[in-house]
Design a protein around this ligand. Structure first.
Ligand code: GAP
Length: 513
């Protein structure tokens, strides 16, 4: 097993063992690609939501919030293009009966060729040592050039078949490349078919086609249809934004890699309405702002990169992803899109209502252009958990597993631990907890040896442990243990609130933005 998959497996099992993420309805053997967040997971997730919400709504006077319904009028999805075009091309293997996304099979094949190129680079770099010039090697090595040409040709063909809807060509490409079912090795494929990713249900008691409604596949459309409501009631002037956090649902064909690709997930989206012609300047600003927001989390600048979309969707005039180095490699974490006036215009056409802004300076109305920032909350959660997860060997040779979570996001801010479960120490510890619990989520733990209690807190990422001992009863001091350095300081009880506030409040993150 590769190191990356190994890490993902460890993170999944740690998340389950310590109450962060459970498989959904596990007592019935689970439901594929749906997960439940446990007692610590929900705290971490709520902190992430607050970090995003406060960065968007509290720090930007021209951005306001919204909480739209998950069910929307079915015409919404006609207008947005989801009814007709929110499809994935799927293919079945006749022997293994396994279902795949045809484009993903081809992309995985491309990744294998990229792997060959990387191996060539590795070999050459070892051979030439310090003299190795990677750029020159990539531009001149015949085997690398051959493989790069293969990739370019496959990519061109894939893109042209996807954009023209030529599904027979996708099947042909899979056959020509000799792509086999990764599970069974069989090359006995069905035709490629389009599969709409929206979940549907019926409104009311009569199950008929006219009552069919959808679970929203993105939160953004709730924002578009409320553009005028918010603009008028909030007396908003262009440029302004609407932010929303909420569930979205997609019937993903291949849902895998834990909470990276789920069928029910949460999005944090913001639509920023701007004057036509100014959108690309705002697009650049939002790219930079969003990257700064990510980097303030301290997960390492090298773990992020932009991936600009070369093939733009028909409604976009610029788009990129912020990719993060997950255990399975660099993958999309957030999308930033310049969506032109496509959505508002489409809703105007389908609803017959004007969705325009009257610009008093220009003395005219126009349909604003939109910059969208869209991040998956569950992916962000995975990015954080996988990066924070560390197995460490300590100086005395013992091991610990620790979640080095940023303190403002840690589920529990401090554990209060009476050294012994007697001699009035529990009562003193409880009184400290009673004082601090109005400001912080704390945990009281009096069971087992102190070392084991420290390990339990390390495993859930608690930044501080406060140990109450006999000296506390005499001089009102406690031992404050720091999770990352494991250093222990003797401090006065009176200073605890300030220390926790300094390290654990969200404002320490927000001030970096
Ligand atoms: N409104 C634009 C939109 O929905 P998207 O790229 O389809 O764009 C935005 O989704 C973000 O939502 C992605 O960057 C990803 O973080 C998250 N996301 C999308 N599909 C997901 C899934 N099946 N499971 C978890 N997160 C998902």
């Amino acid at each position: 097993m590769s190191q990356e998959n190994n890490l993902l497996k460890k993170v999944i099992s740690h998340a389950k063992e310590y109450g962060f993420v459970f498989p959904s309805s596990e007592i019935y053997d689970g439901l594929s690609a749906t997960y439940d967040y446990g007692q610590y997971g929900v705290e971490l997730k709520n902190h992430l939501k607050r970090y995003w919400w406060e960065a968007m709504v509290q720090l930007n006077p021209n951005i306001v919030g919204l909480d739209a319904a998950i069910f929307m009028h079915p015409t919404t999805w006609k207008a947005s293009g989801h009814t007709d075009a929110f499809n994935d091309p799927l293919i079945d293997n006749k022997d293994s009966k396994k279902r795949y996304r045809a484009d993903v099979l081809i992309e995985d094949h491309i990744a294998k060729i990229e792997g060959k190129i990387n191996k060539e680079v590795e070999k050459a770099s070892k051979r030439f040592g310090d003299d190795f010039d990677k750029t020159q090697f990539l531009a001149t090595n015949p085997r690398v050039l051959q493989n790069q040409e293969k990739i370019t040709k496959i990519n061109e063909r894939l893109k042209s078949s996807l954009s023209s809807g030529e599904l027979t060509d996708l099947k042909l490409l899979i056959e020509e490349l000799g792509i086999a079912d990764p599970v069974s090795g069989s090359k006995n494929w069905t035709e490629v078919r389009q599969f709409n990713l929206m979940f549907s249900t019926e409104l009311g008691s009569v199950a008929d086609e006219s009552n069919k409604i959808y679970l929203r596949p993105e939160t953004a459309q709730g924002i578009f249809v409320n553009f005028l409501n918010v603009q008028k009631t909030g007396r908003m002037r262009i440029p302004f934004g609407i932010a929303q956090i909420g569930k979205a649902f997609r019937n993903e064909i291949i849902a895998r890699q834990f909470i990276f690709r789920m069928r029910e997930f949460e999005q944090m989206e913001m639509q920023f309405f701007v004057k036509p012609g100014e959108e690309l300047q705002w697009y650049d600003q939002w790219k930079e702002k969003r990257m700064r927001w990510h980097q303030a989390l301290g997960l390492g600048e090298e773990n992020y990169r932009f991936h600009d979309h070369l093939n733009l969707a028909h409604y976009a005039n610029a788009a990129c992803d912020i990719e993060f180095q997950f255990p399975m490699g660099f993958k999309e974490l957030e999308g930033i899109h310049s969506r032109t006036d496509f959505d508002l215009k489409a809703h105007e056409q389908h609803s017959g209502k004007k969705l325009q802004f009257y610009d008093p300076q220009e003395e005219q109305s126009y349909v604003p252009f939109v910059i969208e920032t869209s991040i998956g909350l569950d992916r962000l959660f995975l990015a954080l958990l996988a990066t924070a997860y560390k197995e460490e060997t300590l100086e005395d040779g013992s091991n610990r597993t620790v979640l080095r979570l940023p303190a403002p996001l840690a589920p529990i801010k401090a554990a209060i631990l009476p050294l012994l479960n007697k001699d009035d120490l529990p009562e003193k510890a409880q009184s400290i907890l009673n004082d601090l619990r109005f400001d912080f989520l704390l945990q009281y733990d009096a069971k087992d040896a102190i070392g084991r209690r420290y390990r339990r807190q390390d495993a859930i990422g608690t930044p501080f442990c406060i140990t109450v001992d006999h000296q506390t009863l005499e001089d009102e001091t406690v031992t404050l243990r720091h999770r990352d350095s494991m250093k222990q300081d003797r401090v006065n009880i009176e200073t605890l609130k300030d220390t926790l506030t300094t390290h654990c409040s969200l404002s320490s993150l927000l001030r970096q933005l």
